[in-house]
Ligand binder design. Structure first.
Ligand SMILES: Nc1nc2c([nH]c(=O)n2[C@@H]2O[C@H](COP(=O)(O)OP(=O)(O)OP(=O)(O)O)[C@@H](O)[C@H]2O)c(=O)[nH]1
Length: 237
């Protein structure tokens, strides 16, 4: 067995960056499709997207993949969050971007199936292991209001486990430092709430690590914060 540091080096040398699109239609349904034959996890369902090519931005890669795979023209997209996952076949860094701004009816070009689904609807095949949890997050409200299915915690792991068992739909925490954010990522929280002055400092390469609400930001500023990569805002109540 190799020492842990060597293992980490091997894995991190081979991280594959992937652009993933969460395309949301006016009725709130999101675009999902099956993976074509010949790829790892063929037949599993996923969000559209694919690997970044050299010198491409995430948005460019996503626009290219949507055109190639489904004949969809992507006008605009905003960063949502980045998630890493180690599969038997690859260590991927998934750059999820959201968009309401796309044109065209998806026409599968690689023999896949696809369609627009609500978060509580089942796709004909299983979702990729990482994506099932993300589907639930698509319905997070953009303006944070305290509600029975949206819970903010202290940063206590045990407490998070307990509230998940009591089946809150979403679990989040307050974060002011990158360390807080990374703990929330490790706990697989659904979101963090950050002060506006800390927001930029919590981005890595301009992207958040977890869906992020900006605390005390007026709802009128939602588009401004979303363009920077925030999921939404938490106005002063
Ligand atoms: N497209 C996409 N890939 C995902 C998602 N979630 C997820 O873990 N992945 C992983 O990210 C990687 C993306 O690779 P891909 O095979 O779709 O990319 P690609 O179209 O550029 O592949 P190719 O050019 O090698 O055929 C795969 O390891 C896949 O398992 C998702 O929602 N969408």
């Amino acid at each position: 067995m190799l020492p842990r540091s060597s293992l980490e080096n091997i894995v991190s040398d081979k991280v594959v960056d992937v652009a993933v699109g969460v395309l949301i239609r006016e009725d709130g349904r999101m675009l999902l499709g099956s993976r074509p034959e010949g790829k790892p996890y063929a037949g599993y369902w996923e969000f559209p997207g694919g690997k970044l090519e050299k010198n491409e931005t995430v948005h460019q890669a996503l626009a290219r993949e949507l055109e190639e795979e489904l004949g969809i023209a992507l006008a605009d997209s905003t960063p949502w969050f980045v998630k890493e996952h180690v599969y038997p076949h690859a260590h991927v860094r998934l750059h999820f971007r959201r968009s309401h701004d796309f044109v065209g009816t998806p026409v599968p070009k690689e023999g896949q199936e696809c369609g627009f689904y609500a978060a509580n609807e089942r796709t004909p095949g299983l979702m990729l292991p990482v994506d099932q949890a993300i589907v639930n997050r698509v319905e997070l409200p953009e303006v944070f209001e305290e509600s029975s299915d949206l819970l903010t915690l202290s940063r206590n792991a045990l407490q998070a486990t307990i509230v998940r068992d009591r089946s809150y739909r979403w679990v989040g925490a307050r974060a002011e430092t990158m360390d807080d954010v990374l703990k929330a990522v490790a706990m697989d929280y659904d979101f963090v709430i950050v002060p506006p002055e800390a927001f930029d400092g919590l981005l890595v390469n301009g992207e958040p690590r977890i869906p992020t609400y900006v605390d005390g930001a007026p709802a009128a500023d939602l588009a401004f914060w979303q363009a920077k990569g925030a999921h939404g805002v938490k106005p002063v109540m």
